[in-house]
Design a protein around this ligand. Sequence first.
Ligand code: HEM
Length: 223
Amino acid sequence: APARQADPDRRPGSHKGFVEEMRFVAMKLHTKDQAKEGMQEESALPINEWRPAKEDYLQFLVDSKCVYEYIEGKIKSSDDETLARFKNSGLERTDALERDIVWFTDQGFSVPDPSKAAEKYVVYLEKLIADRPNAFLCHWYNYYFAHTAGGRMIGRMMSSMLFDGFEFDFYVWDRDVKEILAEVRKTIDDVAKDWPRDVKDDCLKETQLAFSYSGTVLGALAK
Ligand code: HEM
């Protein structure tokens, strides 16, 4: 029998859809202390050693809001057909973050400006959306999905460490988040289904930068 040719367009997860391809790349970029599937060496400061102050958590919320607000504003105002598919996904976080930040104000905290890290991420995304809109999907996926996975773990940890278990709206969605994620996965798979292989690869290649930039936003807590 003729030797079976390896399909050069085959990527891990590609038989399931593009979300699975992006997830595969993302999981490998986790450190071993972050997730079971992580392949990177343990972070210099593993998350169970993080000891941020309340103010650091507030900074993290402000920075997160800066990024989500940019992304959500851009999607809302864009007439790009692909971006429009992500309008009202149910994953939007700007309003929830605004309420959480007001809660801090009510407790007497003053609200800091967004950090340089958050602003740099927004500048990067602005340019990416203009130059390589398909690659932007990778950041969209990683930023929102990371928040529902590791982000929620971090939120629970911070809340029990610093806020007596108080539940912030950042971690509350209008309906079951699993349901929202399932819908969004379908949308992403559908959006990317006819992308040529090189466009998909270009999008997958953004995963490293999605990690680096979100890592700098998480940096407010990693102390
Ligand atoms: C999934 C932890 C940072 C992107 C996960 C999962 C865990 C986790 C436990 C779930 C794995 C599973 O399905 O069993 C963490 C921790 C982080 C972190 C502790 C930081 C301290 C990041 C960052 C990104 C990211 C920076 C990218 C910006 C993702 C994605 C998934 C995921 C895309 C898949 C979600 C899904 O399949 O629904 N993470 N993560 N994570 N993480 Fe992270």
